[in-house]
Ligand binder design. Structure first.
Ligand code: GUN
Length: 292
């Protein structure tokens, strides 16, 4: 078994991006500027957003973090999105999800200017992705595809099963892996909570992507010998042996599945760092697209 080391892969992407930024600085060009909107104090969201800001610092991007209380109104967030759309100094921005229940996530993501939508969540970017037209690819699926590519995983003609159909991971990823691209050209099955015979379907897969947010859901008996396994799960579970009192658990039972598969991405250090690297790639592109 070999590790799909997202941390190391993301580090080499960030190094490439830093070189591109250093060159821009030398040429007196604008430095990419990412803004992130964070609502509330959910531990997971704060960790992700802080990691995004840290990645900007490492690469040399500018970043701005805008924080609101859980009780903030939808109108205030909508107005912030509008002002970020119009702010010329900001090249791209994200609104970290999930948002509190009283704020309509779809309404917010649809209000983001697609040219600044570096998360690739806007319907225009998702539509462009489906049609294989230029646009921003959603960060986590794009990170997974890049992880496969940079680890020389052959996807051509492979049976790929995606578990979970979320708007930000499972659904877009199932389309990306089925497109006529490299990586791509998989025969994709998108499975979800209503899927019958899930175990049987997963056990035929050459590539399994677990993105359901249920800790250790995928067990060794579901996995074909030599399969490639990508774990997108990041659930915090209580763990009194840790100083923080919790540990991050993936959707895959790593200890047993790793003995059976050819490649596996760990949690943490797999998909998470790749999501951040993709966001950074999109931010640099956002600025390039504007011809700055
Ligand atoms: N919540 C979980 N993943 C993501 C992501 O990639 N972007 C945003 N904005 N929110 C998320």
């Amino acid at each position: 078994m070999q590790l799909l080391d997202g941390k190391a892969t993301a580090m080499s992407i960030k190094k490439e991006l830093k070189e591109a930024v250093d060159l821009r600085k030398k040429e007196g060009k604008k430095i990419p500027h990412l803004a992130a909107v964070l609502v509330g104090s959910d531990g997971g969201s704060m960790t992700y957003v802080n990691a995004k800001v840290k990645a900007c610092d490492e690469i040399g991007f500018e970043s701005t973090l805008i924080r609101y209380d859980d009780s903030v109104s939808e109108e205030v967030i909508m107005n912030k999105v509008k002002s970020l759309n119009e702010d010329n100094s900001i090249d791209g921005f994200i609104v970290q999800l999930p948002l509190p229940k009283h704020i309509d996530e779809l309404k917010i993501t649809q209000a983001i200017d697609p040219r600044k939508d570096v998360d690739g969540f806007h319907p225009m970017n998702l539509g462009n992705m489906v049609l294989n037209l230029p646009g921003f690819l959603p960060a986590t699926p794009a990170g997974i595809v890049e992880l496969l590519k940079r680890n020389d995983i052959d996807t051509e003609g492979k049976e790929c099963v995606v578990i979970g159909r979320s708007n930000i991971v499972g659904t877009p990823l199932s389309i990306m892996l089925g497109r006529n691209t490299n990586p791509g050209n998989c025969t994709v099955t998108l499975t979800h909570s209503r899927t019958k015979n899930l175990k049987e379907i997963v056990s035929k897969a050459d590539i399994v992507i677990a993105a359901i947010g249920r800790p250790e859901f995928v067990t060794a008996d579901m996995i074909k010998e030599g399969a490639v396994v990508v774990d997108v799960g990041t659930t915090r579970v209580e763990d009194s042996s840790k100083v923080k009192g919790w540990a991050l658990k993936g959707d895959v039972k790593f200890d047993e599945v790793s003995k059976k598969c050819s490649y596996i991405s760990p949690v943490p250090g797999g998909v998470g760092p790749m999501t951040i690297a993709s966001l950074m790639i999109n931010t640099l592109r956002a600025m390039d697209l504007k011809g700055k």
